[in-house]
Design a binder for this molecule. Structure first.
Ligand SMILES: [Zn+2]
Length: 450
């Protein structure tokens, strides 16, 4: 008998999302009462595989592993319902597949509720990340929360979600503007028949027959859980289609080809890293299959077509990702034998560093390890001419540190005031922890709440 416990993060395999699951004390009979929480993750990008009742105040939550690939358990996104007013809870996410996390450095999950539909980060003082002896020494993230309104549905997520539908809505609205310098096409469909969108942004004169095309190719969300990549990508698109004079100059001189969501099924399913069939698509650039990796296959085919077109040159390729353990934005680039090419490649990240306070050149690195050979950046670095530039742009899931300080510029909105307003004991008093040793928070409930 194999012991899958390490591989799967727990004794039991978690398959499928919880579906309007009432969580009641063990042995409880009869109708669930107010305060017996209902957990649900059966919605787009939802992820929660299992809930264990510890007490009315504490629940162990299990991330549902990526479809067909139990090794990845990071993204979560679920709702909680049937709460009692001022009910306070601790949720423990107990089966992360990673050990390092920005939750240790101040990152916090995001929350919204029916009457407050804008996502906000929880205060980081309510978040604990530590190695837990109760869960095979897994790293556990615990957060304390107070449900302040009785008839609300609360939703919690690993980071700000950005769904497939959200992208579709954004692109639909953009299309309605009928800008003559933007073209939206369907480059293909995913295994579950979702759109693989391609945008071409350029002055239409650059697309006339015989015109030379200097192409900048941008892709994002090959890793579905890396939602910050979509916010960056949308920001790039918003700028490029704007009336900003620089945007206009860029459109006049360059052709931008943008694939904003390379892995639409993975995004829809609430995976962190993989496609529907469990592939990390960013390891399959060398030989994507049209049936197993259809979206990657389509994008690669287009890039090869552009490469073979004597009138076109792909000068820049940027694949946008999000990083779960590092602060700031930074890049990965390739190492070349040719020293001159290597130096030339460092220019762009250096320029970014000088112009963007959240981008760090010191975190930027150039590598050629075998494990990354199937990435877009590495593959295209090998394919394209040596005058081209290929990068992975990483942006932190959390925040950035301004050079020369220890200050974190996290957009930490304070949801807590509204949550704690009428609580007699502030929720942070319920948690005592030794953050240095990352021990389990000691949880107690004062008499009046029992
Ligand atoms: Zn990634």
């Amino acid at each position: 008998v194999c012991d899958y416990s390490n591989e799967y993060g727990n004794e039991e395999i978690v398959v499928g999302n919880v579906n309007k699951l009432f969580v009641v004390p063990t042995g409880f009979c009869g109708h669930p009462k107010k305060g017996h929480l209902i957990f649900d993750a059966c919605f787009e990008s939802g992820n929660l595989g299992r809930v264990d009742y510890i007490s009315d105040f504490e629940y162990d939550l299990f991330i549902r592993p990526d479809t067909c690939n139990p090794r990845f358990r990071v993204w979560f996104d679920f709702t909680v319902d049937n709460v009692k007013e001022y009910q306070r809870v601790i949720f423990n996410i107990v089966n992360f597949s990673k050990t390092k996390s920005l939750y240790r450095d101040g990152m916090a999950p995001v929350v919204k509720s029916t009457s407050r539909p804008t996502w906000q980060r929880l205060p980081s003082k309510n978040v604990y990340y530590y190695r837990c002896p109760d869960h095979r020494k897994n790293y556990v993230m615990s957060f304390a929360f107070c449900f302040d309104r009785e008839n609300e549905v609360y939703q919690f997520a690993y980071c700000y979600p950005y769904t497939y539908t959200q992208l579709q809505r954004y692109l639909d609205n953009m299309e309605k503007r009928n800008l003559d310098y933007v073209r939206r096409e369907m480059l293909g469909v995913s295994m579950q028949h979702r759109r693989l969108d391609l945008l071409t942004i350029t002055n239409p004169a650059n697309l006339s027959p015989g015109a030379e095309q200097k192409v900048v190719f941008i892709t994002a969300r090959v890793h579905p859980g890396e939602t910050p990549a979509s916010y960056v990508c949308q920001g790039v698109i918003d700028f490029l289609i704007s009336q900003h004079p620089v945007a206009k100059i860029l459109r006049d001189h360059l052709v931008f080809k943008i694939v904003p969501m390379l892995n639409p099924d993975g995004v829809f399913l609430g995976n962190y890293r993989c496609s529907l069939m469990g592939f990390d698509l960013n390891r399959h650039w060398q030989d994507p299959s049209c049936w197993a990796h259809p979206t990657l296959f389509g994008v690669k085919q287009l890039i090869v077509q552009l490469y073979d077109n004597p009138k076109a040159s792909v000068d820049f390729y940027i694949d946008i990702h999000a990083h779960s353990t590092m602060m700031n934005g930074f890049m990965y680039g390739n190492i070349f034998e040719d020293e001159e090419r290597y130096q030339r490649q460092a220019v762009f990240p250096k320029l970014l560093c000088q112009n963007a306070e959240d981008f760090s050149f010191s975190n930027t690195c150039f590598n050629r390890d075998a494990v990354k050979a199937g990435t877009g950046r590495r593959f295209l670095g090998g394919l394209l001419d040596d005058t081209s530039y290929c990068y992975t742009l990483e942006v932190s899931f959390y925040s950035y540190i301004i050079a020369g300080t220890n200050n974190t510029l996290g957009v930490v909105l304070d949801f807590e005031n509204s949550l704690d307003r009428k609580c007699i004991v502030p929720i942070s008093n319920l948690l005592v922890t030794n953050k240095i040793n990352h021990e389990r928070p000691f949880f107690f409930v004062p008499e009046e709440y029992k």
